[in-house]
Design a protein around this ligand. Sequence first.
Ligand SMILES: [Cu+2]
Length: 432
Amino acid sequence: MTSDRREFLLRSATIGLGAPLVAAGTSHRAPVRLAPLPPSQPGQPFVDYRPVETPNGTTLPWKIVGGVKVFHLVVQPVRHEFAPGLQAHCWGYNGAVHGPTIEAVEGDAVRIYVTNELDAPTTVHWHGLHIPNGMDGVGGLTQRSIEPGETFRYEFTLQQHGTFMYHSHHDEMVQMAMGLMGMFVVHPREPQGPQPDRDFVYLLSEWSLPVGAERPDPNEMKDFNVLTLNGKVFPATAPMVCKTGERVRIRFGNLSAMDHHPMHLHGHSFEVIETDGGQIPPTARWPETTVLVAVGQTRTIELIAKAPGDWAIHCHMTHHVMTQMGHDIPNLTGVDPSMFDEQLALVVPSTKALGGDTTDPNAPDDTLPKNSAPMMGGTGGFGYVTMGGMVTVLKVRDGITSYADPGWYEQPAGTVADLATAEELARDGIVK
Ligand SMILES: [Cu+2]
């Protein structure tokens, strides 16, 4: 500690109640603001901020009434599709699983009406936001729960910027397992440093949906079999598209019941620039290729899209890149399953073993049970992609003028791993 700093702390200690709340070891942090920020003029998209994109999702519309941004969330049953062929009766907001992204600007006064169209009480908690205690949305603790048919009003001025979440805080185990959650992005009033060209938002979650079932099972605590990015499993997850050289921000929130997700990006490194607790000073960041997003956390990463291509981005837990994988099964590694159908046909003539041939992804798969998705993904540029679940693709392209899905990357000649030629093997002395 420098003598100046020690002297400052000593002087502060003698000032008494009026002293700033600064303690040794926390001097790098922004001072805690005790007096609330007064409301500012409502921030406008493309003037005060560049709107975020929620792949496979939407942003909640708003209107301005008397200088306040007014939003309306409707909590309701939603028939949700995780991927073609796999649907369930879930709960969501405004017809969507998960809810639309709420987007605003630091200093905005927001008023959020919540109408409950469920048969059960609910509340909404604004995860990470510094708001009056009575607006915190914890059923029984800070408010009475919103009964079926009622509309509640939440109102506060946004004191921070960053990436936050919202979710039910009444009967959380059931209501979050059914889908009641969404993302809440607050842009800075006065942006500092380089701003992103592309800004994506993802909510990570997990479901227990046994094959053939129509309703997620909230009682499950270990064996989750549908792992989603914004409520979708690969290949139904929309890609992120950007131009080479652009600054890309990706915001992850995780409201899974029981699992943390190490999200890994191929071909690039990134920095974690903020958590739901605030911004990380540039001097405290380090390069990463995987960021662990624990349950109840947000992590925002930023990178320069330096290399054209189709770059996978996925949870690195291998069971989280599978869909409806059964775990209570014998270990068949090393077993030749080719006689299974023959043996099974002796007992049940019309059945076939599941998940067999994946060599022709375009052939209709008549082995799939009703309301289920294949364990592994779909067609890529080179055949079948052997991942499902929590996977999407960052598509980086040179000189594009549209962010529509450009299709699979056309690899430059000679840059794709392929069969080694006899000449190459002989040249390098590789003996097969
Ligand atoms: Cu995971």
